[in-house]
Design a protein around this ligand. Structure first.
Ligand SMILES: *Cc1c(COP(=O)(O)O)cnc(C)c1O
Length: 348
């Protein structure tokens, strides 16, 4: 059997040869003393690339979001965010558990946005009974809303609304560069009105470890304190930051390839009987097996697994496919022929 074709997530990406070389050669120091030249270079590069005053290297996207929320909010403050957002669904309620921050969820629309009128209505007035609304969070691209990028005009309008009420706007940009690539806008523009943004180096950008948060100098100062109390102060972190520099410099420009491959998979899947295929905006594709398909999700996952394709089912009949650096055109064709072999029951 050839190497595995791993479509579970873009987090499975191993570092590229250029990253491994950069890691081996990285000058390092103690980053808790602020003395790691490679971390400092990565942070300066990120701030410049996103058009923000400052940036902070953090071990994970989850810590990046939590440190950001802790920097924006105090205990009893309230954050408005989507009910399908990663921060709400997949980060253990860290804001409440560790920050005493109250999540106020609004329904995510199918395109990943929050309705602006609903945000406006959710903002609390000055009343002794109420928590203080401090922050609005958006997610761009929106993972579970078909990897949809939030358009530039929408992000601007949400920022205007938040700022008009004295609130901050945080963007969970785990896949921010995928959003910029799909929209055909520069990331700088996409976050220009945003107060803070987190992004993952370890997903489509293929670095082994790490995320970044960017914002104003006072915001990053507060986030730096939060990172320390969360246990995220690292020592010779330049060893991993070196891969992050390569990720920022070399990887954003190729993300449209991943998007094209996701589209190619969706087109191929759409021709199969018994499959409902969701829209493709970026590198994420959801599909499900129709109820009359003789195979269930576990059955399809096992049949793919036997062919060296890693794609576990996420619901009884539902799947998420994520393309990334280590999936090439040949892999895409191999996945399509496996799917035809397994599912082409009627001999189309
Ligand atoms: C992956 C992800 C995160 C968290 O990143 P980790 O590095 O896994 O902690 C946050 N938000 C979104 C939308 C993600 O996809």
């Amino acid at each position: 059997m050839n190497r595995l074709i791993d479509l579970r997530s873009d987090t499975v990406t191993h570092p590229t040869p250029a990253m491994r070389a950069a890691m081996a050669d990285a000058p390092v120091g103690d980053d808790v003393y602020g003395e790691d030249p490679t971390v400092n270079r990565l942070q300066a590069l990120a701030a410049e690339r996103l058009g923000k005053e400052a940036a902070l290297f953090v071990p994970s996207g989850t810590m990046g979001n939590l440190a950001s929320l802790l920097a924006h909010c105090g205990r009893g403050d309230e954050v408005i965010l989507g009910d399908r957002s990663h921060i709400f669904l997949n980060e253990q309620g860290g804001m409440a558990a560790l920050g005493g921050i109250m999540p106020h969820t609004l329904p995510n629309q199918s395109d990943g946005t929050l309705c602006l009128a609903e945000i406006a209505a959710a903002i609390r007035g000055d009343n002794v009974h109420y928590p203080r609304t401090r922050l609005v969070c958006l997610e761009n691209t929106h993972n579970v809303c078909d990897g949809a990028p939030l358009p530039l005009d929408y992000v601007r309008a949400a920022a205007d609304l938040a700022h008009a009420h004295g609130l901050g706007l945080h963007v969970d940009g785990a896949r921010l560069f995928n959003a910029a690539a799909a929209l055909g806008v520069d990331v700088t523009e996409l976050v220009a009105e945003v107060d803070s943004v987190s992004l993952c180096l370890s997903k489509g950008l293929s670095a082994p470890v790490g995320s970044l948060i960017c914002g104003s100098s006072p915001f990053i100062h507060a986030a730096h304190r939060a990172r320390k109390v969360l246990g995220g102060g690292m020592r010779q972190a330049g060893v991993i930051a070196a891969a992050g520099i390569v990720a920022l410099q070399e990887m954003p420009g190729r993300l449209t390839e991943d998007h094209q491959r996701a589209r190619r998979l969706a087109e191929g899947f759409a021709a199969l009987p018994n499959l409902q295929v969701g829209p493709v905006h970026t590198n994420i594709l959801y599909f499900s097996l129709s109820d009359d398909c003789p195979l269930d999700g576990a059955g399809l996952a096992a049949a793919l697994d036997a062919r060296g394709i890693l794609l576990p089912n996420r619901g009884p009949r539902s799947f998420r496919v994520v393309t990334h650096y280590w999936i090439d055109d040949q892999d895409v064709e191999q996945v399509l022929s496996a799917m035809y072999e397994i599912l082409d029951i009627e001999g189309v």
